[in-house]
Design a protein around this ligand. Structure first.
Ligand code: SF4
Ligand code: SF4
Length: 452
């Protein structure tokens, strides 16, 4: 069997044997991650770009078509991060510049290193999801997508949040508990086609647990996991920090069926239970905002954009919660004696939720890419760049977006189908099965109507 056939088998098979380890296939990739100085260079480059972007946002022109910060942040960086979730899990978090200032302060010894309180672990998820909701809301209501200084303020706030946490607690407590981007990245990483996992056969008998605890004065896993404890893609940053610490060559970077983890988790993680309805609800509110009907609503009710968008956000959030409830009722089982309570519609809707986010960001990218070089020219006085402007027509983007959404819907049906064939064989009624498929189709229809 060729390597490509094996990869394909890993991607579509529900069985987990003969996994492809990308560290073995591409040893240079493993070496790159393990050599921390390469990584440090990458992080430093990222930090420098980040600082430049913040400064340009604050001190550059404040019109969106005269400052590259807007497209760099919302049109390139954010869609790039969203796309990376599908292939590399939370790897972005490993090179993310947000914790840079905090790490610097810790290296200088300016950290109290207090023991992390239990409340951080217990309520961190709620706080981070709230922060995420706040960012999506502020992005539209405060017009961050068109306001360079606002974008810089948002970035700086997150950097300061991470730095304050680093001063109080050891490691990257912000990334682990409170970061809104980390939280959504973790939820999205559950449908990545790759996973970072230890080979537990090699870990057997290990006394050092260096991947978690560190060794020879070198710090262990920044999020207190270590390869040996990684069981899902929610928390591991795929930063490779534990690679040189392990002397048994245990960590692997495996290709997998992107839906297996969702099927295994069954929506038991509270992160996804909150994020999915909010994400889908907010996407519907954001899509409708670009339609003519939205202006009609504003004129008819004489309300401001901020009020109308906030109301739509709440309405669509409740609507998606209703779909999740209705689907769970049709599914018929929400508690299992072995793994406790779960939410079957959450894993079924996750592919649509994150594909919807990709589609929304792709739209922003397609709308701005043609004016990026001219914007650069306007900002730095190179008038010749004006001639390089181009526009991407809406229709091909809409078709591609609709196809992506169809793919997300098929993934939801596939997850339901595997539930019926595996863990819940013979337990879901035909009526329930058809009903959930219809719910998925109904949601797909709404997306497609809003996209066109
Ligand atoms: S990954 Fe390496 S260091 Fe961590 S427990 Fe396994 S063998 Fe030990
Ligand atoms: S388990 Fe390893 S790769 Fe994952 S976050 Fe910890 S150090 Fe990084």
């Amino acid at each position: 069997m060729t390597w490509w056939s094996k990869v394909l088998k890993n991607l579509i098979s529900s069985h987990e044997n003969e996994r492809i380890d990308l560290f073995r296939t591409f040893p240079a990739f493993r070496r790159f991650l393990a050599a921390r100085h390469h990584y440090a260079v990458l992080r430093t480059a990222n930090d420098v770009i980040f600082i430049l972007v913040i400064l340009l946002g604050f001190f550059g022109p404040q019109q969106a078509d005269r400052n590259i910060v807007i497209f760099l942040s919302w049109g390139l960086l954010w869609p790039g991060i969203v796309l990376s979730w599908f292939f590399l899990g939370r790897m972005w978090c490993g090179i993310c510049p947000f914790p840079g200032l905090g790490v610097f302060l810790q290296k200088k010894g300016w950290s109290f290193s207090f023991k992390k309180p239990r409340s951080l672990q217990r309520y961190g998820v709620h706080v981070s999801v709230f922060f995420f909701a706040l960012i999506i809301w502020a992005e539209i209501v405060a017009g961050l997508e068109h306001w360079p200084a606002g974008t810089s303020w948002l970035t700086l706030t997150i950097v300061l949040g991470a730095a304050i946490m680093a001063v109080f607690f050891p490691g990257q407590a912000w990334c682990q508990y409170l970061c809104p981007l980390g939280r959504i990245s973790g939820a999205a990483a559950t449908l990545s086609i790759t996973e970072f996992r230890a080979d537990h056969n090699k870990c057997r008998g290990c006394k050092t647990f260096a991947c978690k605890r560190g060794k020879d004065g070198k710090m262990g896993c920044p999020v207190s996991l270590g390869a040996v404890s990684v069981k899902n893609n929610l928390q591991c940053l795929v930063c490779g920090h534990c690679l040189p610490l392990c002397d048994r060559d245990s960590p692997q970077f495996l290709v997998r069926n992107p839906y297996s983890e969702l099927i295994r988790n069954k929506g038991r993680h509270i992160t996804c239970s909150y994020i999915v309805p909010f994400l889908i609800g907010s996407q519907l509110a954001r899509f409708i905002r670009h339609k003519e009907i939205y202006t009609d609503i504003l004129n008819f009710f004489h309300v401001t954009d901020a009020v109308a968008f906030s109301l739509l956000l709440v309405i669509f959030f409740i609507f998606i919660l209703g779909i999740i409830r209705a689907g769970a009722r049709m599914f018929g089982i929400t508690e299992d004696p072995v793994f406790g309570k779960f939410s079957p519609m959450v894993p079924i809707l996750i592919p649509m939720a994150f594909t919807g986010e990709l589609v929304y960001r792709m739209d922003f990218f397609a709308g701005g890419i043609g004016d990026f070089i001219p914007t650069f020219g306007r900002q730095f006085g190179i008038h010749f760049f004006e001639r390089l402007a181009f526009t991407i027509p809406d229709f091909p983007i809409q078709i591609m977006s609709a196809l992506f959404m169809v793919n997300g819907a098929i993934a939801g049906c596939y997850i339901l189908w595997r539930f019926c064939l595996e863990d819940f064989e013979g337990m879901i009624s035909l009526k329930g099965f058809i009903g959930i498929n219809l719910l998925i189709f109904f949601l797909l229809l709404i997306y497609v109507i809003f996209i066109f």
